[in-house]
Design a protein. Structure first.
Ligand SMILES: [Fe+2]
Length: 280
């Protein structure tokens, strides 16, 4: 495991420790899954992925108050992956919010939008579900309110803003957890330094100037709609929101969305990355 350690100072009386893990991408298929799922499982499965996850969970239970997993626990929708995910998430130490791969049928083969997500969600339910909420999740740990929001396709929705405001009314400091990082200039630049010709940066909330570098397909897919812009403005303006935990891009990064709001982007869990955040 490649463990990063950070401290977040928000004035807590007693420290709270989070292990942030994301993008585990476990890949299994069984007798209920079709041939294409078996091919994907053969292509992506490696024993290290599950071993790293076990190691991260064991470390967190030993050293942290909660493990926050920000999605892409599984690589694609399958019966076998759903059963495995449910087994993993039955451990109450783990707090989970879904990523885009939780809804991916065959990994990147389709136009992925809300209808596609709902279709996959129904299939996962057909297999008995994850046993925990996928689209919205909250948990109070120590003096901190952890709020998980599904933004798997770089979009937020108005109902999520309503419920986030309800969480703010509880008066506790909030740590947001979602899969796709919010746009921040240095993170955008860093992505293009790493992959200069990439079709997109996978960030949420880009304006037209920044979308201009995207492929037409990705610009259309990742252009923020009105609820998404409203949510980002609300997140930036609410002083009880103290930090954001995200993943999806598979590299570690830390920068500030506003002067008082850090965004922790944690790299690929399937390659052993994890981040321990001590909140004081
Ligand atoms: Fe992802």
């Amino acid at each position: 495991m490649q463990l990063l350690k950070n401290t977040l100072e928000i004035g807590l009386e007693k420290p709270v420790k989070i292990l942030h893990v994301t993008d585990s991408h476990i890949a299994f298929a069984d007798e209920y899954d079709d041939e294409r799922k078996h091919e994907l499982a053969k292509r992506f499965e490696s024993p290290e992925r599950v071993e790293y996850l076990k190691e991260q969970i064991a470390y967190s239970k030993e050293n942290c108050d909660v493990l926050v997993h920000t999605g892409d626990l599984m690589d694609f929708v399958s019966h076998a992956n759903t059963i495995k995910a449910r087994e993993i998430l039955a451990d109450e130490h783990i707090f989970f919010i879904a990523g885009n791969h939780e809804y991916s049928q065959y990994v990147g083969e389709a136009w992925e939008d809300k209808a596609y997500r709902m279709n996959s969600y129904m299939e996962i339910e057909r297999y008995g579900g994850f046993g925990v909420p996928m689209l919205w999740n909250t948990r109070i740990v120590g003096g901190v309110n952890i709020v998980g929001i599904d933004n798997a396709y770089q979009l937020f929705e108005d109902w999520q803003i309503h419920h986030l405001k309800k969480e703010v009314e509880k008066g506790l400091p909030i740590i947001l957890a979602f899969h796709d990082p919010l746009f921040e200039q240095s993170l955008y630049d860093y992505h293009y330094e790493r992959v200069p010709n990439d079709t997109c940066t996978y960030l949420t909330g880009l304006d037209e100037d920044h979308l201009a570098r995207y492929s037409e397909f990705r610009a259309y897919q990742h252009r923020p709609d009105e609820p998404t812009l409203r949510m980002i403005e609300y997140i930036k303006s609410e002083p009880l929101i103290k930090a954001i935990l995200t993943g999806h891009v598979h590299f570690n990064y830390l920068s500030n969305i506003t002067p008082g709001l850090p965004q922790f982007v944690t790299g690929s869990g399937y390659e052993g990355r994890a981040r321990e955040i001590t909140i004081v």
